[in-house]
Design a protein around this ligand. Structure first.
Ligand SMILES: Nc1ncnc2c1ncn2[C@@H]1O[C@H](COP(=O)(O)OP(=O)(O)OP(=O)(O)O)[C@@H](O)[C@H]1O
Ligand SMILES: [Mg+2]
Length: 243
């Protein structure tokens, strides 16, 4: 089966500094891939490169069998949705925040209404539709952020630590909801987190990124039970914490 994304010889730099160097990497259709690694490892840089938000210095990103590396077009970017730790919501209502992407795509009004209502319902925020986005709690704002991503029916959903600013009960509830939404919609998801509990719950596969390099990847259980020489110390620190 052709992977959804194939990355070849990817290198992202800031000036002379190499932020990311990945010889080969694949994301399969329908996969939920967790990415873990220390601060500054290059996780956000990888997400930005894959979502075509950052120009790589070298390398190729292939979507199915199309080279999209140089296609930083609006049309291509629209295939991907990114949700980050701090939701960047617009100065308007919850409804408008979720509708804005569809409006830009000039969908008929009725269709926008039905899609937005559907995702408000899915994320259990229908009662907030008219509320101003700046008056939401952290958990509510992240729900709006995720609904705004999902309403666009992305080919890949990129999540960069979307739960890390939330308190524990809020996080658990949202994790459950997003898991069931990802499963129902079969959305290919790349999920960056520092939290092994979140990663184990959501991601079937796990990639460990350190110093801008992919040190290990595979089924989450396998990576955690058999770390390699590069990842042992990092993974064992986590295991000690969890046990
Ligand atoms: N525009 C830039 N210019 C220079 N250095 C940068 C730039 N963007 C990122 N970096 C550096 O690249 C490295 C990787 O950053 P990145 O944000 O991808 O890390 P991360 O794994 O997401 O870390 P965290 O866990 O803290 O979110 C860091 O050392 C960071 O300081
Ligand atoms: Mg980051």
């Amino acid at each position: 089966m052709t992977p959804l994304i194939t990355v070849k010889n990817l290198e992202v730099r800031a000036g002379k500094k190499v932020l990311l160097s990945i010889p080969h990497f694949e994301i399969q259709e329908g996969e939920v891939l967790g990415i873990m690694g220390p601060n500054g490892a290059g996780k956000s840089t990888l997400i930005k490169a894959l979502a075509l938000l950052e120009h790589p210095a070298h390398g190729t990103i292939i979507l199915k069998d199309k080279d999209i590396t140089k296609e930083m077009t609006l049309e291509m970017r629209r295939k991907f949705a990114v949700a980050m730790q701090q939701p960047l919501l617009l100065d308007t209502s919850v409804y408008q925040n979720i509708a804005v992407g569809l409006k830009l795509r000039k969908l008929p009004r009725q269709e926008i209404k039905s899609k937005v209502s559907y995702w408000l319902e899915k994320f259990q925020i229908s009662h907030l539709a008219k509320k101003h986005a700046y008056h939401l709690s952290g958990g509510e704002a992240q729900r709006v952020n995720l609904a705004r991503a999902m309403v666009l029916e992305p080919e890949i959903l990129f999540l960069d630590e979307p739960f890390s600013a939330l308190d524990f009960p809020t996080k658990i509830q949202l994790l459950k909801d997003i898991k069931s939404i990802i499963q129902q919609t079969k959305t290919t998801t790349v999920f960056v987190s520092h939290d092994l509990m979140e990663l184990k719950y959501l991601a079937e596969n796990l990639a460990i990124l350190m110093d801008g390099e992919l040190k290990q990847s595979g089924p989450a259980e396998e990576v955690l039970s058999s770390p390699n020489p590069s990842t042992t110390a990092f993974i064992n620190d986590w295991k000690t914490l969890l046990n």
